[in-house]
Design a protein around this ligand. Structure first.
Ligand SMILES: [Zn+2]
Length: 202
């Protein structure tokens, strides 16, 4: 299973910002990424602001600053150092360098969550935080249809989240659908979304 964007049909399967804005055109949508291909599927006006080719440190800085100063409704954040560490040192739980990279990334996410909680209007906002990945790895690579590569984590946090372990099978495609649901977007059948709302209270 690769993670390349091979001619994505973005008219039929657009970015979730696009679907959200069909019903809520005034949404302020931000995408701040290390890996630039994630922005290949953005069309004009999907993102209020899109920044890419930043290091993880710069992504985190930019996200913290944006959360402090801007009127943000939706934000997509992409960090890449854990994948870089996997390619360089190996994707393995007994690999010290790999685990170090996960811990450093965890700290960056901590800084982002703190910035979110410090927002002026945080008490009246209802943020849903979703953290996931598009693949795992083994050796120093990924891209095969084997559990070590296709198993992912999925973390949901917020007032609307059902606490505890998610019992059903989770897929990376659940992320966008869950985000759309949280934004009160009516999930249209004709959008042909394969994901399901995951981790929210019924
Ligand atoms: Zn990779």
């Amino acid at each position: 299973m690769g993670n390349q964007y091979l001619n994505p049909n973005i008219k039929v399967y657009p970015h979730f910002f696009n679907l959200a804005k069909r019903q809520q055109p005034d949404l302020r949508t931000y995408s701040i990424a290390n890996w630039s291909p994630v922005h290949k599927i953005l069309q004009d006006n999907d993102a209020t602001v899109a920044k890419h080719k930043l290091t993880d440190g710069l992504v985190t800085k930019s996200v913290v600053k944006t959360l402090k100063k801007e009127d943000v409704d939706v934000m997509f954040v992409h960090l890449d150092n854990v994948d870089h560490a996997g390619h360089k040192y190996g994707y393995a739980p007994d690999n010290v360098k790999y685990i170090e990279s996960i811990e450093k990334t965890d700290k960056k996410i901590g800084r982002i969550v703190k910035a979110l909680q410090k927002r002026k209007n945080y008490a009246n906002e209802n943020w849903l935080i979703l953290v996931s990945t598009d693949h795992g790895g083994s050796g120093t690579n990924h891209g095969k249809a084997i559990p070590e590569h296709t198993t992912i984590f999925y973390i949901a946090s917020g007032k609307d989240v059902e606490k505890g372990e998610i019992k059903k099978q989770v897929y990376v495609i659940d992320v966008a659908v869950t985000a759309l649901k949280h934004l009160n977007i009516d999930l249209k059948d004709e959008w042909n979304l394969d994901g399901t709302v995951t981790g929210l209270k019924q």
